[in-house]
Design a protein around this ligand. Structure first.
Ligand code: ATP
Ligand code: MG
Length: 343
């Protein structure tokens, strides 16, 4: 279907007919559709999402593409434009007192404008269900990707890491957000060789609801020691998680090995003890460059004061050492194939 241009009279009629876009225009880009109000079309380039833009009634569900601890993710398609989105559906009982906080978090999500952060177009709360319409990332998450490639060589990792650092810099410095739940499943990739951070508001929402305990379910834990012990945590907590994620990508294994030749961590408290009281993990110097080993060490310092910030890490030699190779992440991601239909 052809999308009317913002200046055409027909656009107003078109929008009214839809029954969901009361005061808006459609702007379509290569990633999806954004709806902006008339004044914003002619105003500054920064697009500010407004309320009641995109309704669940405007999308068809194609299929479930992912499952997390707290809900499911579906591939959905916009009825008029054919654009794909990901819809994250979380069931939760929300106490009255937490509702306002959730609304605030979702607003922060929607106001994020950064190429290294997954766009959140719209979110809804209805009768115990939170639905979040997200930019669709057609390569899935780093978990999906690692399952296929097993390990990621350093030159690719350096480019991936630079993008994640840029996303973290944006969240930390411009939005003043601590992600709190940086892990491979929250880093999404696409066929253009982009990697973006997702789910940064969701963990804050969970922290304020009765669903909180659920966030501790799972074999792996990327949380920093100070977070696990309930001490004050800060931006540097995300850096700890980044270190663990990179080490896992490089070696193909979660950096903390379970005891007694067990395949997985079965006892959450044992894992917690290893993270809090044990030595931080490190990259083997006979398998990796000294720059990579030093980068990991800068991330996983037990004392957050000794950990580097995202800004400092941007200047670390590991980030620039493979620049001459002109690494092509797009082909790397695409050649590994994708489990998703629209890749
Ligand atoms: P948790 O519930 O602790 O956040 P999780 O991160 O594994 O765990 P989800 O955030 O629900 O759970 O994501 C599950 C999977 O859904 C991801 O691993 C990814 O494959 C897919 N997914 C999530 N968001 C998107 C998206 N925007 N585009 C494409 N795939 C996505
Ligand atoms: Mg997630």
């Amino acid at each position: 279907m052809e999308i009317p241009s913002p200046d055409e009279d027909s656009s107003a009629k078109f929008l009214i007919q839809s029954g969901t876009f009361i005061d808006g225009n459609l702007l379509v880009n290569s990633d999806g559709v954004r709806v902006v109000s008339q004044s914003e079309v002619k105003g500054p380039p920064l697009i500010k999402p407004t309320d009641n833009q995109l309704s669940l009634a405007d999308v068809d569900t194609i299929k479930v593409i992912g499952k997390g601890n707290r809900g499911i993710v579906q591939l959905v398609q916009h009825k008029w434009t054919g654009q794909f989105f990901a819809s994250k559906v979380i069931q939760m009982k929300v106490e009255e007192s937490a509702r306002k906080h959730i609304a605030q978090e979702l607003k922060i999500n929607q106001s994020s404008q950064c190429p290294y952060v997954v766009v959140c177009y719209q979110s809804f709360y209805d009768n115990g269900t939170v639905s979040i319409i997200l930019e669709y990332m057609d390569g899935g998450s780093l978990v999906d990707f690692l399952r296929k490639v097993k390990t990621i060589p350093e030159p690719f990792l350096a480019v991936i890491c630079k993008q994640v650092l840029k996303g973290l810099l944006y969240l930390h410095r411009e939005k003043h957000i601590i992600h709190r739940d940086l892990k491979p499943s929250n880093l999404l990739i696409n066929h253009r060789g982009e990697i973006k951070i997702t789910d940064f508001g969701v963990s804050a929402i969970m922290a304020s609801t009765s669903a909180r305990a659920l966030t501790f379910v799972g074999t792996y834990n990327y949380m920093s020691p100070e977070r696990l012990t309930g001490n004050n945590y800060c931006y540097k907590s995300d850096i700890w998680s980044l270190g663990l994620v990179l080490l896992e990508c490089a070696t193909g294994k979660f950096p903390y090995t379970p005891p007694d030749q067990e395949e997985e961590w079965t006892n959450f408290y044992e894992l917690m003890e290893a993270i809090v009281d044990g030595p931080p993990p490190s990259a083997a110097s006979d398998q990796f460059s000294c720059e990579f080993c030093s980068f990991i060490s800068a991330c996983v310092q037990g004392d957050p004061n000794n950990r580097w910030s995202a800004n400092e890490l941007m200047g670390h030699p590991f980030i620039s050492m493979y620049e001459d190779l002109n690494v092509d992440l797009a082909s790397y991601f695409t050649d590994a194939g994708s489990p998703l239909a629209t890749f």
